[in-house]
Design a protein around this ligand. Structure first.
Ligand code: CU
Length: 92
């Protein structure tokens, strides 16, 4: 258990520093969007919630790329994120 944590920490500092910063920023953006109580279908709300939780878990495991991918699903539904510029005609 302890060993896998130090491995995760080592990986975090070795390769994933930029990504490691990315996940918390994405999670924060998702939380901020959710705080505004967006109107989502039940299915979308569930996807967002699941992706947010899974993203945080993956981040803690040091799987930052997977975390970012997971968080991107939530961000796409919430229409947020610098990585996903507003699609033409969909903006507000
Ligand atoms: Cu991360």
């Amino acid at each position: 258990m302890k060993r896998s944590i130090s491995l995760g920490v080592a990986l975090l500092f070795a390769a994933g520093t930029a990504m490691a910063m990315h996940c918390p920023a994405d999670m924060k953006a998702i939380d901020e969007a959710l705080a505004k109580k967006p109107t989502l279908s039940e299915a979308d709300a569930k996807t967002v919630k699941d992706a947010r939780a899974k993203g945080e878990m993956l981040h803690k495991e040091g799987k930052h790329q997977e975390s970012v991918d997971e968080l991107a699903k939530a961000m796409k539904i919430l229409k947020i994120g610098a990585a996903a510029p507003a699609e033409k005609g969909v903006k507000k």
